[in-house]
Design a protein around this ligand. Structure first.
Ligand code: C2E
Ligand code: MG
Ligand code: MG
Ligand code: MG
Length: 291
């Protein structure tokens, strides 16, 4: 009966949390080896500009090619890293890797921007600005081609400091994107305070957006707001043609999502999105109802 069932549930719960904390420990203990041994890499997801009908940049997304667990996405290890000092070793790695990839793109004559994600702990890392300055110098890349993506929660962790750091980056010419906008309890005051150049509308508002729905009116309003504040508005998580048409009509400037291209190694993205392919894709993406 109830007591027994509750007891069972607790036992089950304990067992699984035990199991997962053991897994976390195993993962964390391998992280230094991963950093040193080339197990970390960045995949890139293109951002498709609707008006210009071309890729204008990519977002760098961290991956861990784990020897036993396979390819891990950030949800599997970033939260654990954030609870440990190891997160401070990740920040310079991501900065350098993203800028090396940007330099690689420039060497291929691709004028794409590269966006990198910063979590709260990255943003509050004392070394961040110095790491960026050094990596920009070493790779010879221009700050205008770099963008950082931050979420509201990363900013709220220490708003004054975040505005200061992001303001410095903006002064250098680095773009600042507000990521996952509309997820969680977003406050409009924070939009005004942040020196942001891009507004990315969260996947939860975008996925399977139907014309005429209340979600559509929300996205339309948010897009209008972002544009009036002088930001480029990006819809995240566009998975199909109908959604792409809906966000276009809602006034978004650019899209990202599996429907355009999933995150892939930079080599693959470059091979799949040669300028000739882009022109073809542009025509395909423009004409609705094609599949
Ligand atoms: P994010 O910055 O909002 O990135 C978008 C996430 O949505 C990515 O997940 C991407 O693979 C996924 N996605 C893209 N298009 C679609 C779609 O059409 N449908 C669906 N269902 N998903 C889509 P990913 O790569 O697992 O990254 C998750 C989060 O981890 C990122 O969210 C970002 O907050 C964080 N992250 C990624 N790379 C880094 C990094 O280098 N450093 C830090 N601190 N955080 C990172
Ligand atoms: Mg992002
Ligand atoms: Mg996002
Ligand atoms: Mg997200």
């Amino acid at each position: 009966d109830l007591a027994t069932r509750q007891g069972e549930r607790e036992r089950v719960y304990d067992a699984s949390s035990d199991q997962s904390s053991r897994e976390n420990l195993v993962l964390l203990s391998g992280f230094r080896r991963a950093l040193a041994g080339g197990e970390l890499c960045l995949h890139h997801q293109p951002k498709w500009h609707l008006g210009r009908e071309r890729v204008t940049g990519t977002e760098a997304l961290l991956r861990w090619q784990h020897p036993e667990h396979g390819l891990l996405t950030p949800v599997r290890f970033i939260p654990q890293l954030e609870n440990s000092h190891l997160i401070h070793e990740l920040t310079p790695w991501v900065v350098r890797a993203a800028l090396r990839d940007l330099a690689d793109l420039q060497a291929r004559s691709r004028d794409w921007q590269v966006a990198m994600n910063l979590s709260a702990r990255n943003l509050n890392d004392d070394g961040l600005l110095g790491d960026m300055e050094r990596a920009l110098g070493e790779t010879g890349t221009s700050p205008e081609q770099l963008e950082v993506e931050v979420t509201e929660s990363a900013v709220l962790a220490d708003p004054d400091r975040a505005s200061r750091v992001l303001g410095r980056l903006r002064d250098w010419g680095v773009g600042v994107a507000i990521d996952d906008f509309g997820a969680g309890q977003t406050s409009l005051g924070y939009l005004r305070r942040l020196p942001a150049s891009t507004l990315k509308i969260d996947r939860s508002l975008i996925c399977q957006l139907a014309p005429g729905s209340s979600d559509h009116r929300i996205v339309e309003s948010v897009a209008g707001l972002g544009r009036r504040l002088g930001m480029e508005v990006v819809a995240e998580g566009v998975e199909d043609r109908a959604t792409l048409e809906a966000v276009r009509r809602a006034g978004c400037d650019a899209v990202q999502g599996y429907g355009v291209c999933p995150p892939r190694p930079l080599e693959t993205v470059c091979a799949n999105w040669a300028p000739r392919v882009e022109r073809r894709a542009g025509r395909a993406i423009r004409s609705p109802g094609e599949g």
